[in-house]
Design a protein around this ligand. Structure first.
Ligand code: ADP
Ligand code: ADP
Length: 235
């Protein structure tokens, strides 16, 4: 049983407006199993972010297809795609002029949830990520520490209880001690919810700590080829 399948996926970014550049991702076949944490590692520039961003259609593949629970992602309505696949990035990208609660409520609002349902969900999520709602709901992002912002990012991404979470260097901007704590807490949350996670990192320690499986995206001069999922790395 798998949650995401990359089937012969390639991405070539246009080079300077004319012609084609080298492939950022080349003929990638990869299955992410339901409920697992698959960590994608590899040197900078090897195509990790591109791979994630093709899954949620921030980047369109040049070739191949990507299936989310059997559905070709190009055929899924964009708002439904957001509902089914959360996305967490380094430095979060919180909306600076919206409170913590409003940030977490972003996708529920897009989906037209009513106030009561949204409010309850926001409260539940803030509790889940360890931010007491009465202390944090009304704050603005600049009133939070880096680690707290990252927690809000996780809460926002989990708002619709998505089966899949894409995480791109999610704890990269957090100090080492805070990072360790976030990793542990996130692992607990992930197990509790059974979320399928595809996580990109260049931090090998993070990969070993968090992964059920590790896939290595290797960097060549031009062509990057994903070795099929490598060994199971025990938690
Ligand atoms: P990683 O996440 O492993 O660091 P990326 O997926 O960000 O790698 O980038 C892979 C390659 O694609 C790099 O050579 C990068 O410069 C290039 N690239 C990434 N995004 C773009 C873009 N929007 N336009 C052109 N080239 C890009
Ligand atoms: P808006 O006026 O844009 O709805 P609000 O600040 O009232 O902004 O709230 C945004 C969302 O966050 C709402 O759906 C609301 O239910 C929820 N929310 C606001 N404050 C809290 C809080 N203290 N605890 C839980 N949820 C809250």
């Amino acid at each position: 049983e798998w949650a995401i399948r990359f089937d012969g996926v390639s991405k070539t970014y246009p080079a300077g407006g004319a012609g084609t550049g080298p492939a950022a991702v080349h003929d990638l076949d990869l299955d992410v199993r339901a409920h697992e944490v698959l960590v994608l590692v590899g040197p900078s520039g090897c195509g990790k972010s591109t791979t994630l961003r093709m899954a949620n259609r921030l980047v369109e593949p040049s070739a191949g297809r990507i299936l989310l629970e059997g559905d070709d992602v190009t055929r899924v309505d964009p708002v439904q795609l957001r509902r089914r696949m959360g996305y967490v990035i380094q430095n979060v990208g919180l909306f600076p002029h919206r409170t913590v609660a409003q940030n977490v409520a972003t996708i529920p609002k897009l989906l037209g949830w009513d106030r009561k349902r949204t409010g309850e969900r926001v409260e539940q999520l803030l509790e889940l990520v360890g931010l007491a709602p009465e202390r944090y709901a009304k704050r603005y992002p600049h009133e939070l520490s880096g680690g707290e912002r990252q927690r809000v990012g996780v809460a926002r991404a989990l708002a619709t209880d998505p089966p899949v979470l894409l995480m791109d260097e999610p704890f990269g901007a957090v100090d080492p001690v805070g990072r360790r704590r976030l990793q542990n807490e996130f692992s607990r949350i992930q197990r509790e919810l059974g979320t399928t996670v595809m996580l990109v990192t260049h931090d090998i320690d993070e990969a070993v700590r968090m992964a059920d499986r590790v896939a290595v995206l290797s960097s060549g001069a031009t062509i990057e080829q994903l070795a099929s999922p490598l060994e199971v790395v025990a938690r």
